[in-house]
Design a protein around this ligand. Sequence first.
Ligand code: HAM
Length: 457
Amino acid sequence: MPYTIPKGTHDISGDEAFCYREIEELLQTLAHNYGYMEMRTPIFEQTELFTRSVGESSDVVRKEMYTFEDKGGRSMTLRPELTAGIMRSIVSNKLYTNPDLPIKSWYLGPIFRYERPQAGRYRQFSQFGIEVVGVDSPYYDAEVIFLGYSALKMLGFGNIELRINSLGDKESRDQYRVALKEYFKDHINEMCEDCQKRYEINPLRILDCKVPEDQEIAKNAPVLRDYLSSSAKEYFQFILNILDNYEIPYVVDDNLVRGLDYYSQVVFEFHYTSNNGKYLGAVGAGGHYDNLLAEVGGPKLSGVGLAFGIERIYNLLKEDGILDNKLENFDLTIMPLSDNCLPVAFDLAVFLRGSGYRVDIAYNVKSMKQQFKRAERKLSPLAIIVGEDELDNNQIIIRDLNQKTQINVNINEVLTVIDNIFNGHENEHQCCCHEHEDECHEHNGHHCCSKHHHEEE
Ligand code: HAM
């Protein structure tokens, strides 16, 4: 019986995987340019890390975690987000002792949430994120939002909707909680079971409820803005001013409270609707946190971060046709015309791959016509035809598959000719291999020792 893929997961291959890689590389390069370093943390952590940091009142902890007992009887959980793991790693490795705070990290990897699968919602998905930890300055909040916005622009998104709100400091939120409890106390018995629990643990979470009847009740609830302390208001306004100065459009959304418990001060989400009206929820989101590092056992240092959902980015870019011409192509297809040509074809493939070219070759020799069809599918601009007649004269044929022109080339000149075609000029050959320096070639930064071919010269 064939196995089926687990619900809420998906396989990625070929051009799709290529596009994922392009998206991820763009995000990594941008974070690198902003001075972030990569951090890799385990896919599973102690369950308590998440219950304490993400919070007992969040849906993620209450309903969505993949928790299991390991063979030593410890409760472990597949990470339902990466921020908590990054904090744990900062504490475990005492990264906060670095004299050059803040710690600026980027990360990429799989996340697991037992959610109801639907468009844009998976049980295993990938997040790319950044965290800045150790220095409290609204400039860092602005920088993180700025990076997020720039990333989406560079990926090709048009009208990004940035929703932003302030949850204020602890004092503001404590007062707001009291006001919310007062407001909901006469309604809570008619509200859903989840809201009744939220009322006890964290009434702010009620504003996140998706049940229409409950949303109707929540409509007239007091708004957090009215409970912000003057310093929290100032902090928020400072960030908004920077966004204004750099013409980053945003909407202040009073109901934006975010689904994870660790936030304070500024929170934000990036939303996008495709040209055909496809909407998958937030493509990325984040915010500021004052107590998260302390919560997981570190010093009381604040931080700010965001995470993008790679699947949502991919699905929306695909929907808008922005990824349509992103196909992974080969530089060269080598075409051996008979079994007798295979040793030379094999040797050429080894040599040219070593010189930095992406080379396709099939060793189950097919007709010329079939090989040209294959080269077309592989999007190779050039073919190297290895035939017995030419080999008798130490030659091969290089065919330009777009122009439909071809030249006979001495086998020892192949790399020079191909370099010329690709680069339009003679490559300067430099060698990384000191043993036989004059026998090595460089292409696209890749070095290769072509001793073997030199010997034939
Ligand atoms: P989050 O809002 O839970 O935040 O997730 C961030 C992004 O992950 C979402 O905006 C969405 O694009 C994607 N995402 C979430 N759930 C799913 C799902 N089931 N399927 C596909 N994509 C999904 C966090 O995780 C925070 N750690 C962000 C953060 C970093 N805050 C501060 N630093």
